[in-house]
Write a protein that binds this ligand. Structure first.
Ligand code: DAH
Length: 341
């Protein structure tokens, strides 16, 4: 039995040392020291020994078990270290390999201009609102006081969805005035930027889809002086302090009186040049005092409230701001063009 134990120890230690994996090691442990292992089998035989030999055998058996266990521990540690080393090697990141270049997007010049306008109006207490591009002619025309037969309602100018000209792509952001009056109570101060659509051929200054920013103020005691004061402040924020403006009479169905606002040419200072086409002034926006009928149609009493509105074409504004000479560049999204701004 003594020999058997010693032989088992030699065999166990040598097999343990050759174990190639933690799984194999565990298998060996169970085979030698487990409940149904070789050690248990040998110890079971001990009962057959004479009583005086048992303590010696017991001691030897304990020694063999301890030797196997300590060898197990060492080999296990070794295998674990090797596994870790292998993993680290596999997961090594070579920080010297050149990275893949990620192409970041670029802010579009028109949105740079829009954000600037928004910021100015938000600073003056206006809300930014958004609304439908598929619009009812009722909102785009009727409730803006554009009567049946008004030239802008013509099929040749407007994209209609139906044959009785009720549903259309909005041709201006002005219907947002009606939406604002419908959903808000005075005092109203809103700015509504968005896309508009007209049957225009594409050229250097036209596109069938373009952007406008609508503005609307309604309160008690609002006058043309408020319109001029506010818009002059906006122009100075956009083009610099002291920029001269000119308000020219004009006609829009939904405002009375109506005007267009020109900014003195920044290039020539009003003398006339290529940029202003010899005029000395550059048209910036349309505006006016909200027509009493427009207020009335949206349930606001024109005897109590008055207001003013404006509309700016955003592409033209960005083109002027960044000296872009062809509107098509705004829509082509060529990264080499966009990255200049
Ligand atoms: N909707 C007009 C257009 O598309 C622009 C405009 C003019 C808007 C005067 C207004 C305004 O709110 O008061 O030409």
């Amino acid at each position: 039995m003594k020999e058997e134990l010693k032989k088992m120890r030699e065999e166990a230690l040598s097999r343990l040392k050759n174990a190639g994996s933690l799984d194999e090691l565990e298998e060996l442990r169970v085979g030698y020291l487990g409940k149904k292992g070789k050690m248990t089998a040998i110890l079971r035989e001990m009962g057959k020994l004479p009583a005086e030999e048992r303590p010696v055998m017991g001691q030897l058996a304990n020694q063999v078990r301890a030797d196997i266990e300590s060898c197990l521990g060492e080999v296990k540690k070794d295998l674990e270290e090797k596994a870790m080393e292998k993993r680290l090697e596999e997961e090594t990141i070579d920080v010297t390999i050149p990275g893949k270049k990620v192409n970041l997007g670029h802010r579009h010049p028109m949105y740079i201009a829009l954000d600037q306008v928004k910021e100015i109006f938000v600073g003056m207490g206006f809300d930014i609102i958004d609304g439908p591009e598929i619009e009812l002619a009722e909102y785009n025309f009727d409730r803006l006081n554009a009567p049946e037969g008004h030239p802008s309602r013509d099929w040749s100018d407007t994209f209609y969805f139906d044959t009785d000209s009720r549903v259309m792509l909005r041709s201006q952001t002005s219907p947002m005035q009606v939406h604002a009056m419908e959903t808000r109570k005075p005092p109203i101060r809103v700015v509504a930027p968005g896309r508009v659509y007209r049957k225009d051929e594409v050229d250097a200054t036209h596109s069938p889809m373009f952007h406008q920013i609508e503005g609307l103020v309604i309160d008690k005691g609002i006058t043309m002086a408020d319109l001029k004061g506010t818009l002059n402040t906006v122009v100075e924020s956009l083009y610099g302090k002291g920029t001269k403006t000119r308000f020219r009479p004009h006609h829009f169905p939904f405002t009375e009186p109506s005007c267009e606002l020109d900014v003195q040419c920044h290039e020539c200072g009003g003398v006339g040049c290529r940029v202003c086409k010899g005029e000395g002034w550059i048209e910036l926006l349309g505006a006016g005092m909200v027509h009493p009928r427009v207020l009335e149609m949206s349930g606001i009493d024109p005897e109590v409230y008055s207001g003013w509105a404006f509309g700016i074409g955003l592409e033209r504004m960005a083109m002027r701001r960044f000296n872009i000479t062809d509107m098509r560049l705004i829509f082509e999204n060529n990264i080499r063009f966009l990255e200049q701004f």
